[in-house]
Design a protein around this ligand. Structure first.
Ligand SMILES: NC(=O)c1ccc[n+]([C@@H]2O[C@H](COP(=O)([O-])OP(=O)(O)OC[C@H]3O[C@@H](n4cnc5c(N)ncnc54)[C@H](O)[C@@H]3O)[C@@H](O)[C@H]2O)c1
Length: 332
């Protein structure tokens, strides 16, 4: 497969909002590897830490909010050609507990980033949407055209809202937007915590020798996607002309049971404490999740290359290498 899309970033100036986060940190590193001249990271570090920010002289870190006009002006002053908008209040449970913050950051924050993209004439803005959000309970495998307005949490609503704003700015002002819909990202760089995804949290409990808490029966499936594959899809979405105006699922295209993921993590970490079952969360209404990646494959040449077990192995290695920092940073 040609990697010509990577050449697009050589010498480029790029803005990554949320660039210190689980996916944003990996994306920023990939942009530096592709030869970007400058990667500006606009992140208020509300769910990330300084130690996860890539250390490179080409990184300009602005510890600030996407809601702050002065900081947005600073972020766009470098005239980025491409903006990856990943900053968000993450995720479902957090939005149930803090619905107004969710609307401010994910709704108004996205509107402001689009407004600056428009005013400063950026070439492209790639928006991080969520496939686990915008499809509701549509039939599987989830395809890009299956949208639902019966969504289960404020986060799901505001992820959809961001897509609607992206379309408005494209249709009305001609901002070149691409909407990417991630499914259950996991991998090195995600610090566990109360509102974080299940995989980093399982690894955290496993490394502490505690039973892994399963909310539900464990038979539920998810389409777990290695962060490196999501980053590869983002780089394609930010560079290829065929992507403009489109929405793409970035997923593995495979479903795996929660209980299997828990067992593999216990095996990989040598945790003998097993699992424990706790009540399913009221908003968590999906027994299965599976995305179609046909469109990303045919239009972008995207493939999910990292096998789940290999990705889990890399994630456990990252936990071992950063265990002290992780324990100090994780908030439950
Ligand atoms: N991780 C997933 O499985 C997944 C799935 C679907 C969609 N997404 C979307 O992808 C994006 C990245 O997700 P992630 O897993 O890296 O989450 P993350 O929480 O690690 O990253 C988001 C980053 O945004 C920052 N942030 C929060 N509020 C901010 C604000 N007001 N101003 C500036 N920065 C702010 C946080 O500090 C964090 O570093 C998010 O938009 C998320 O909604 C993630």
């Amino acid at each position: 497969m040609s990697d010509s899309y990577l050449r697009h970033y050589a010498g480029a100036r790029v803005l990554v909002t949320g660039g210190a986060g689980a996916i944003g940190g990996n994306l920023s590193r990939a942009l530096l590897d592709a030869g970007a001249a400058e990667v500006t990271i606009l992140d208020d570090l509300s769910s990330a830490a300084r130690w996860t920010v890539p250390q490179d002289p080409r990184v300009v870190l602005l510890v600030a909010s996407v809601l702050d006009e002065r900081d947005l002006k600073r972020a766009f002053a470098g005239r980025p050609a491409t903006v990856f908008h990943l900053a968000a209040l993450f995720a479902n449970q957090n939005s149930i507990d803090h619905p107004e913050d969710d609307l401010m950051v994910n709704g108004l924050g996205t509107l402001k980033v689009l407004q600056y993209a428009h005013l400063t004439g950026v070439e492209r803005m790639v928006y991080a949407s969520s496939g686990c959000s915008v499809y509701g309970k549509s039939p599987l495998p989830l395809r890009e055209e299956f949208l639902s307005i019966d969504l289960a949490t404020p986060y799901q609503i505001t992820k959809m809202l961001g897509e609607l704003y992206a379309n408005f700015y494209r249709n009305f002002y001609g901002v070149q937007t691409v909407r990417t819909r991630f499914f259950n990202s996991f991998g090195p760089g995600e610090i566990p915590g109360r509102y974080r995804n299940v995989i980093p949290n399982f690894i955290y409990w496993a490394m502490r020798g505690e039973p892994l808490p399963i909310t539900g029966t464990g038979e539920e499936t998810r389409d777990w996607t290695f962060v490196g594959d999501i980053v590869d899809g983002l780089l394609r979405a930010g560079a290829m002309k065929e992507a403009l105006g489109e929405a793409f699922n970035l997923a593995s295209g495979l479903e795996t049971r929660v209980i299997d993921v828990a067992s593999w993590i216990n095996e990989a970490t040598g945790n003998k404490a097993g699992v424990r079952y706790i009540e399913r969360r009221k908003w968590d209404d999906k027994d299965r999740l599976l995305a179609s990646i046909d469109k990303a494959r045919s239009v972008l040449g995207y493939e999910a290359r990292t096998d789940l077990k290999a990705g889990l192995g890399q994630t456990v290695e990252w936990f071992r290498a950063n265990w002290r920092d992780i324990q100090e940073t994780a908030r439950f």
